[in-house]
Design a protein around this ligand. Structure first.
Ligand SMILES: Cc1cc2nc3c(=O)[nH]c(=O)nc-3n(C[C@H](O)[C@H](O)[C@H](O)COP(=O)(O)O)c2cc1C
Length: 256
């Protein structure tokens, strides 16, 4: 699935542009924010507004009014197409391809493993499409491909678990991103434990949370699952595994 540059989009499909390490969320919040409150795992106290991952107001792009800096146009271009010379910021530099690869191709998100349990089935896959989406209440969304076994389980799940990986957990990324639960049981040889409401929590993740699904949003070939954290914990320190570290993994269930 890799293109001639070996680069991919976050869901494992090829990207055509170079991808420098310039993920905007990391630039906005290098600390990861709020992690201290999540240490050791635990359930939140109702009304305890601070005990949430990332709830320091830094991680949400645009929350501080920075998203308009240097631009000012809310609509990318007249008619919504990124054509050259079409006026507005999107026209500068002239995007003429079918997709804005110069934008998508520069992203380098932290990778997650998302696990789901429902109807007696367990599932999990590697996810690059993920982001904090609210500060108060604290919410995080993961986008699951409709092609994936994990999506079919997750659509009936009350909650999902999201795990961040350290860079040395590439084998785990390969298992969850390069294999499909339609063919193998990814959990058979792994250490994991039950979390809130029977959720699967993988041992050794850099950080994780179990979140209740509060919204599902159809984004196209992926469905967004908006999660409200109810339980969380942390594991080893170290740099996180990012898309650029996982770029050679062949998606077990490609979208195309
Ligand atoms: C680098 C990379 C990023 C990925 N990002 C996503 C993603 O954001 N959402 C998703 O649903 N699948 C994503 N995938 C694809 C799934 O992880 C992959 O197809 C997996 O094998 C699906 O397993 P399943 O069928 O057991 O759910 C990604 C794969 C790779 C290699």
């Amino acid at each position: 699935m890799a293109d001639e540059n070996g680069t991919r989009n976050a869901d494992g499909t090829p990207a055509t542009a170079e991808r420098p390490n310039a993920h905007p969320a990391r630039a906005a919040d290098p600390s990861g924010g709020g992690a201290a409150d999540a240490s050791g795992g635990g359930e939140p106290v109702p009304g305890g507004g601070n005990a949430v991952p990332g709830a320091d107001g830094q991680a949400t792009p645009g929350a501080g009014g920075k998203s308009g800096a240097g631009g000012g146009d809310v609509v990318p271009s007249e008619g919504g197409e990124a054509t050259s010379g079409g006026g507005g910021a999107a026209g500068a530099g002239g995007g003429q391809g079918a997709e804005p690869d110069g934008f998508f191709g520069r992203l380098d998100p932290d990778m997650c493993v998302v696990t789901a349990v429902a109807g007696g089935e367990r599932a999990g896959c590697l996810v690059g499409f993920a982001s904090q989406v609210s500060i108060r209440p604290p919410r995080f969304a993961v986008w699951l491909s409709k092609a994936n076994h994990t999506y079919r389980v997750a659509r009936a799940a009350r909650c999902l678990t999201v795990h961040l990986l350290t860079r040395d957990q590439r084998d785990l990324a390969r298992l969850f991103g390069g294999e499909t639960g339609d063919e193998i049981d990814k959990f058979a040889g792994l250490d994991w434990r039950e979390g809130h409401a029977g959720a699967i929590v993988l041992d050794g993740a850099a950080a994780w949370f179990v979140g209740t699904v509060v919204h599902r949003v159809d984004g196209g070939d992926h469905v967004g699952h908006v999660l409200e954290p109810v339980q969380w914990g942390e594991g080893p320190d170290g740099p996180l595994l990012r898309l650029s570290d996982a770029v050679t993994i062949e998606a077990g269930h490609p979208v195309d």
